[in-house]
Design a protein around this ligand. Structure first.
Ligand SMILES: Nc1nc2c(c(=O)[nH]1)N[C@H]1C(S)=C(S)[C@@H](COP(=O)(O)O)O[C@H]1N2
Ligand SMILES: [Mo]
Length: 333
């Protein structure tokens, strides 16, 4: 982000067949099979619509979870899904290199099994949890979210995950917990980008949220996308997705979640505080010092079909506005 010009990175890794426009409803669905309030029926609310995506191998815990997914729990209205090849070949994951194609090329090396997450800090129930244990109590929901990168491109991605709030509640935060701090795995022998020493990042990659942001029902922990287990380049086996914030807040391959009293020092804010803030709410009215944030390039796009659309405050997720009542969003960008 810091060392690349955002609009020069339109590198294409593969040929893309645009998918049919995805018709679905805009609203939360109370439960699978719930009555549809709107006239537009969702296109097949199950996994069969992803039949075109290579299933690959999936761990047992994931296969079991797939049998009870709440499909299309949240949708992006009639916005088309970004095709699977783009979602998985145009990535930011600096641990594996700084080019958009590097994560797809190198993240296969990341060993995601076994995986354990340390939950610590201001909680009544700290300790390491295996990934299986961590996911076990939760029913997976499909959340079709827009992802807006601070580099002014965006995608629409059908995630599989569960609310971060549910996970945090199980750890029983104490009254001193005011922020959540997340940390990505560091494994130089598996991570070409960490090994290279080329990056300016001081590993591990760290992100954070204010407690009330973390508890918002739109913030999720994702373990899959397109009805499949999360590809390594997208942050397997466990990543955060906060759809109303710039993509860099959605930290990948998490190994530590700490409830803390002080606002954590996060990776991009530490590197360039005048360019990347702690809040990082999507905001077309606050430009990056080096480029406008008023519009975004919705992938897939090309020279002849630039697909530039207006960026929306909070990435269109207006329901989070009350979290920031009284906060100067120009100052707290
Ligand atoms: N650990 C880690 N997490 C990360 C990043 C990263 O470099 N390292 N990049 C971020 C950025 S800038 C974006 S836009 C999103 C991209 O997610 P995606 O590749 O799944 O679309 O991941 C975020 N999470
Ligand atoms: Mo990003």
């Amino acid at each position: 982000m810091l060392i690349k010009t955002p609009l020069a990175s339109a590198e294409r890794e593969c040929d893309i067949t645009p998918e049919a426009v995805y018709l679905s409803r805009r609203h939360f669905m109370a439960a699978a099979g719930g009555a549809m309030a709107l006239g537009v029926l969702p296109a097949q609310a199950d996994a069969t619509r992803y039949a075109h995506v290579e299933p690959g191998s999936m761990p047992g815990w994931f296969a079991e979870k797939l049998t009870a997914v709440r499909w299309q729990a949240v949708t992006a209205g009639e916005e088309a899904l970004t095709p699977y090849p783009d979602v998985t070949h145009y990535n930011n994951f600096y641990e594996f290199g700084t080019n958009k194609g590097d994560p797809a090329r190198h993240a296969g090396k990341l060993e995601v099994e076994p995986w354990s997450v340390m939950i610590d800090g201001e909680v009544a129930k700290p300790g390491p949890v295996s990934l299986e244990q961590l996911v076990q109590p939760h029913r997976l929901e499909e959340r079709i979210y827009r992802l807006r990168c601070v580099e002014a491109w965006s995608m629409v991605i059908p995630w599989l995950g569960f609310p971060l709030a549910e996970l945090l509640k199980r750890a029983e935060p104490t009254g001193n917990a005011r922020f959540v701090r997340f940390e990505t795995k560091v494994a130089p022998e598996q991570m070409a980008g960490v090994r290279s020493g080329f990056s300016l990042i001081d590993w591990p990659y760290v992100e954070g949220l204010r407690m009330d942001e973390a508890m918002h029902p739109l913030a999720i922990m994702a373990v899959g996308l397109y009805g499949r287990v999360l590809p390594n380049q997208n942050g397997a086996p466990l990543r955060l997705v906060v759809p109303w914030k710039y993509g860099f807040k959605s930290i990948k391959s998490i190994v530590r979640i700490s409830l803390v009293a002080e606002q954590p020092k996060t990776t991009w804010e530490s590197l360039a505080p005048d360019e990347y803030g702690f809040y990082a709410n999507v905001n077309p009215g606050v430009d990056h010092p080096r480029w406008s944030q008023a519009t975004e390039r919705r992938l897939p796009n090309s020279l002849f079909s630039p697909n530039v659309i207006d960026t929306r405050l909070f990435n269109g997720y207006d329901e989070v506005a009350s979290l920031y009542a009284g906060l100067d969003l120009r100052k707290h960008y």
